[in-house]
Design a protein around this ligand. Structure first.
Ligand SMILES: [Fe+2]
Ligand SMILES: [Fe+2]
Length: 284
């Protein structure tokens, strides 16, 4: 669908939540060459909801620090600037979409799926020694954000999409295209561009169901694609339908994974995910 048509469809985009200013300020500060840990901490601390969630996140078993972190400043120093920015971004978006579902969509299962994909993407990045673990986490958490936009801006249409999934026993992606002639990938991309978020993030949202379309971050896109499918295989939450997409071969090559290794990887990740269940507290 063209940008104009999308804009028309999402006429209510002005009703869309804006990103908390704390992320925007943080981003601006980190782009300047003179940022230091104290300034960063002060910005995060200016938003109480976000700072308490940052502490909850860094104290979760997900990060595995042995001692309890009670100050934002400690978190900034321990995690590093990039990781903290990515944590604040994920939390900011979670904060922006905290309202209840306006259609018949189960947001609790949705968040479980999204956090699951973020966690899996982070583990995969680590296991495959790709680096960019914190980016993988935020790309994973946000990959299906388009569904929340639909739920919020077009609740009636989204209701119809969910019904179509049930009636036709098709994936939510297929149902979206059937009902709207667009999908959560395009819509998520539109929102993240509207928010001027980093390309890597925009691409993983836009291409997680079509990783072989090449732009500038094929590795991250492939990682999120695979994490999404593994989350479905491991039955972590629900992305809106119970079906498991096929893994794109391009993604396997891009990540240099042999089919034989995949089973082992899935098993290890299944174990690790159980340890990260406390992350769900971030959305409640
Ligand atoms: Fe998706
Ligand atoms: Fe998904």
């Amino acid at each position: 669908m063209s940008q104009e048509k999308l804009a028309e469809l999402l006429d209510g985009i002005s009703e869309l939540p804006t990103l908390p200013t704390v992320y925007l300020k943080l981003n601006r500060l980190l782009q300047s060459s003179q940022s230091n840990a104290n300034q960063i901490s002060r910005i995060i601390e200016s938003d109480q909801a976000i700072s308490s969630k940052v502490l909850r996140l860094v104290n979760s078993s997900f990060f595995g620090f042995s001692r309890k972190i009670t100050q934002i400043n400690q978190a900034v120093v321990l995690l590093g600037f990039n990781a903290i920015r990515s944590a604040v971004l994920s939390i900011s978006v979670l904060e922006s979409f905290q309202s209840a579902s306006s259609s018949n969509f189960d947001r609790r299962l949705f968040w479980e799926h999204s956090i699951g994909v973020g966690t899996i993407a982070r583990h995969l990045a680590k296991e495959l020694r790709l680096g960019m673990e914190e980016d993988a986490f935020s790309c994973g958490i946000l990959h299906d954000i388009g569904k929340l936009v639909l739920d919020q801006v077009l609740p009636e249409k989204f209701k119809k999409i969910i019904e179509t999934v049930e009636n036709r026993q098709c994936t939510i992606l297929e149902a979206e295209r059937l009902v709207l002639e667009t999908d959560h990938c395009e819509i998520g991309e539109y929102l993240l561009e509207h928010w001027s978020l980093p390309h890597m993030l925009v691409e993983s949202v836009a291409l997680h169901h079509s990783p072989s379309i090449l732009r500038s971050n094929p590795q991250m896109v492939s990682l999120v694609h695979l994490a999404d499918i593994l989350a479905r295989k491991l039955q972590i939450g629900s992305g809106g339908d119970p079906y498991i997409h096929e893994i794109n071969l391009f993604a396997m090559e891009e990540l240099d994974i042999e089919p034989m290794d995949l089973e082992e990887l899935t098993e290890t990740i299944g174990e690790k995910i159980k340890e990260s269940a406390d992350l769900l507290a971030l959305v409640h």
